[in-house]
Design a protein around this ligand. Structure first.
Ligand code: HEC
Length: 204
């Protein structure tokens, strides 16, 4: 065949093929001239590494790395004194300022207390919440949320109440991951308000 005819035939074949493809989905991998983005060498999570001595692909954090929004002040983050010798006696002033003063803080604490604490500790902090009542009704005698109006808890440092909310205590679950730091302090403020509002246990 005349080479020129051959060229024009194959050109029209490609043209037809191109038209035939229009509007149809294809399961074939698209043709790429440069496949670098597809074939890039990379590690997948949990994959074994030939490069690192410990064979772990996922690298541990470098010492001293902190999350962008992590609270570094121990007094605020844990309710503990900076030298780790004990609990802070009072709610850190920075937190009160951050929440716009004590009034909004108490309002916030009241609302959060109603959500997170009241089911067990009841609205007054006497430890007679619905969960406690149902636990007793079902024979679970070991489940005893204490009254906040006993001397020991009246005199406990604010930081200790904060730590109890954060870490929990025996049957009480920890709330460190669930309630943000400022809200935990707001709840502490509200627990203090409840203690002031109620007569001392046994003094009635
Ligand atoms: C699921 C029920 C439950 C919830 C919810 C709960 N608590 Fe408790 N809480 C308990 C129990 C039970 C104890 C007694 C723990 C023990 O045996 O010492 C307790 C103990 C405490 C104590 C006394 C700790 C001590 O030093 O003896 C404080 C303070 C306290 N809770 C505060 C709170 C606050 C504030 C909240 C809300 C953020 C809360 N709790 C939510 C069940 C609960």
């Amino acid at each position: 065949m005349n080479p020129r005819v051959r060229v024009s035939l194959s050109a029209s074949f490609f043209a037809l093929a191109a038209i035939g493809c229009r509007g149809q989905t294809s399961k074939e991998t698209p043709i790429f001239g440069i496949r670098n983005m597809y074939d890039q060498p990379k590690y997948l999570v949990q994959e074994e590494s030939a490069f690192f001595a410990d064979h772990r692909t996922m690298r541990p954090l470098v010492d001293g790395v902190v999350a962008r929004d992590e609270e570094l002040d121990l007094r605020i983050a844990q309710g503990r004194l900076e030298d780790q010798t004990g609990y802070v006696l009072e709610i850190p002033k920075e937190v009160v300022a951050r929440m716009g003063g004590m009034d909004p803080m108490l309002a916030r604490g009241k609302a959060r207390y109603g959500i997170y604490c009241q089911p067990c500790h009841d609205a007054t902090g006497a430890g007679q919440g619905l969960v406690k009542k149902r636990a007793v009704a079902s024979g679970a005698t070991a489940f005893v949320p204490p009254t906040f109006h006993q001397d020991r808890l009246r005199h406990a440092p604010d930081g200790q109440i904060f730590a109890t909310i954060t870490n929990g205590k025996s049957n009480m679950p920890p709330y460190g991951n669930q309630i943000p730091i400022s809200d935990r302090w707001a709840i502490v403020a509200y627990v203090r308000a409840l203690q002031i509002a109620q007569p001392k246990e046994g003094a009635q």
